[in-house]
Design a protein around this ligand. Structure first.
Ligand code: TIU
Length: 227
């Protein structure tokens, strides 16, 4: 059976269902100065550093014809989908909905909310706007996955311990086999990224697996060749 060489052990690839790539929130808000990430007091360069690797993963998965999903964290212009608790958090000079250097902060359709041009979705890929940290909360992601018979999720994006890990845990509880792509995810805090990788694969893979982009692409290539 084809597999991806992974930790804590090999990630077996499915026989009768599909694998998808899901790229979490690679939007200007988190990667460029002036967006939500910086408003929260973070140094965004660390997140930006993974863009070439995410691009390689994305293009590799495209060339192997995997279904591809992108998510985008953002709220309606009237903030009706933003809990007051989220609005109050951060205590910076600006908050969600205020005007910043990239337009209104974390609002769908604003310049800051766009997926960065290097990683922009292309025709046939699914963009899931999401109001929460997890990509299943208040979205149709699960319906879209079921419609495509997808059971295995390769997960990349930012930030590792916030939206990426939340999505991975949501998916895990729904029965998806989840693999976090180690070098295609980033945190503003390197120690949080490392801790997340370790907690995901601890206890025999309590949340799932981790592997590098090279390992993922090699495994998926052999899966395609076998199928
Ligand atoms: N602040 C932080 O680390 N992340 C977020 O607010 N959203 C995502 O992780 N996408």
């Amino acid at each position: 059976m084809p597999f991806i060489a992974a930790q804590p052990y090999e990630y077996e690839l499915p026989i009768e269902s599909q694998i998808a790539l899901i790229v979490i929130d690679m939007q200007r808000d988190f990667l460029e100065p002036g967006g939500f990430g910086e408003v929260l007091g973070n140094e965004v360069g660390r997140a930006n550093a993974i863009v070439p690797t995410v691009k390689r993963l994305l293009e590799g998965c495209r060339s192997l014809n995997l279904p591809i999903f992108h998510t985008q964290e953002g709220h309606c212009a009237d903030l009706s989908d933003c809990p007051k608790s989220k609005l109050k958090r951060g205590r910076g000079d600006l908050t969600i909905g205020d005007s910043g250097k990239l337009g209104r902060i974390l609002i769908l359709g604003e310049p800051g909310n766009e997926i960065i041009s290097e990683l922009a979705p292309i025709a046939g890929e699914v963009l899931i706007p999401k109001p929460g940290k997890g990509a299943f909360y208040n979205t149709d992601l699960e319906v879209q996955l079921i419609a495509r018979n997808i059971t295995h999720l390769l997960i990349a994006g930012v930030t590792t311990e916030v939206c990426v890990q939340t999505t991975m845990r949501e998916a895990n509880d729904r029965g998806y086999e989840c693999l976090l792509v180690e070098d295609a995810t980033a945190s503003y805090f390197p120690e949080f990224k490392q801790a997340t990788l370790e907690m995901v694969r601890a206890q025999g893979g309590i949340v799932g697996w981790t592997a590098t982009t090279d390992q993922v692409l090699e495994g998926v290539r052999s899966w395609k060749a076998a199928g």
